[in-house]
Write a protein that binds this ligand. Sequence first.
Ligand SMILES: CC(C)(COP(=O)(O)OP(=O)(O)OC[C@H]1O[C@@H](n2cnc3c(N)ncnc32)[C@H](O)[C@@H]1OP(=O)(O)O)[C@@H](O)C(=O)NCCC(=O)NCCS
Length: 272
Amino acid sequence: MQSMALTFHPKSLNKMSVYVRTLTINDIDKIIELENACFPEAERATPAKFRYRLNVCGELSHGLFTLSKPHPDTPRGISDFQPKEILIAMISATKTTSPVVSEASMRIPHDLLDKYGAEKSTIVLPVSQPPQTSESQDAPPTQPAADSQASTAAAPPSEAPKQAVKEAAPAVEGHVEHGETVCIHSLCVDPNYRNNGYSQVLLRDFCQRMKDAGLSKRIALICRKETTGVYTKSQFFRYKGNSAVTHGGVSWVDMVYEYTTPPKGRGSAVRT
Ligand SMILES: CC(C)(COP(=O)(O)OP(=O)(O)OC[C@H]1O[C@@H](n2cnc3c(N)ncnc32)[C@H](O)[C@@H]1OP(=O)(O)O)[C@@H](O)C(=O)NCCC(=O)NCCS
C-alpha cells in the first residue's frame, strides 16, 4: 500500500490532518459508500467498475484520508485506541488513447465483464454497429447504449450514414495502458467534509503527480456545466465544449488539463 505525503495544503489544514494514498481493493467498501453518498444512482460507477479499475490501474485511483480520533474523555497514555482511516474524498481514473473522456473509456472491457461481476446489458444496438456491451453495466436498460450517441434513431436521417462510418471501428473499452490521456471518472468529497477545499487538495495533488510521472500527456474529465468551477478553480483544467458522452442520460462538458499548458494564475501549482 503506497502512502503519499500531501503536496498541497487545504484551507482547513489547521483543523484536521489529511493525507493522500493510492486506493486498493481493500478500500472497496469505503469507495462504494462514498460513491453512493455523492452521486445519483444513474451517474454512479458500479462496484464492478471500481473492482476493475483498482485491479488494472489502481495507481490512478487516489483517496484523501484522515484518521479517527479517540473520544476526548479517553485518558491519555493508557488507551488501546486503534485509529481507523476515514475516506474523505477520492478520484477514480483510467487511461485512454482518446484526447477526451469517451463512453468506451468508462466501460469494463466486454471480455472482462464476467470476471468483475458486471451485469451485461440487453440494449439493442443499431444494425450498422458491431455488437458491444453498453457502458451501462452502470446505466439502467432504458439508457441509450454507450458510444451509441451515433444511433441512427438519434441522428438526423441525413447524417446517419456518415455516423455509421465514423463509428465502424469499435473504440477500445476500459483502461489502455499506453493511452496518453488520464481520464478522471469520479471526483467526490464526503458530504460531511465539503466546502473545506478538499476537492482542490486532491485534484491538484493528482494533477501534479500525473504530470511528474511523465507517463501521460493530459488529464481529461467530464462534468456537468454547473460544476466546471470546481475544475477551473484548480487552475489546471480548461473548458473544451460539450462532451459526446450521454452517461446517466444528462449533458456533460469536456474539461482537459494539457501538461504543456501552464496553470492559470501564479503560485497555484507550487509544491509545498
Ligand atoms: C463538487 C465537490 C467534489 C466539491 O467538493 P468540496 O471539497 O466541497 O469543494 P471545495 O471546498 O474544494 O471547493 C472548491 C471550489 O469549487 C466550488 N464548488 C464546490 N462545489 C461545487 C459545486 N457543486 N458546483 C460548482 N462549484 C462548486 C466552490 O465554490 C469552491 O470555490 P471557492 O473556494 O472559490 O468557493 C463535492 O461537492 C462533491 O463531491 N459533489 C458530488 C459529486 C460531484 O458533483 N463531483 C464533481 C462533478 S462530476
